[in-house]
Design a protein around this ligand. Sequence first.
Ligand code: ZN
Length: 153
Amino acid sequence: NNMAIRNIVKLGDEILTKKCREVKEINDRIICLLDDMTETLKAANGVGLAAPQVGVLKRVAVVDTGDTVLELINPEIIYTEGEQTDAEGCLSYPGRYGLVTRPKIVKIRATDRNGAVYEYTGEDLVARAFCHEIDHLDGHFFTELVTEWIETE
Ligand code: ZN
């Protein structure tokens, strides 16, 4: 397989405002998309990446838990608990961070590349990433939720 780093679209691109379509069939294009998204996420040193950020309007995202990169096809949040307020940023808006309140614990249900449905409970940064990436799939950007911008440098 030939993994490739894809171009990450930036805030202002209309594609980031669109709702993504459900994945009906996990074909070679979806596998290639997942491979490329993981490659792109690692190259950019990010925590999460959603398909619309590489120009694809499909319900696909990848999230780095620190141990592994989770592949999320048609993810949904099935449980949340608590609250956390912390700095959040996005690869589509480089260098800008704002305070965003998210649940402390987020449990998702998603499909993996083999078509198996799995559940995963994330805390703190991973919980934040799940919310952030699933927002992307619905055309939402974290800037909508920022309560205070953090001055860098
Ligand atoms: Zn983002």
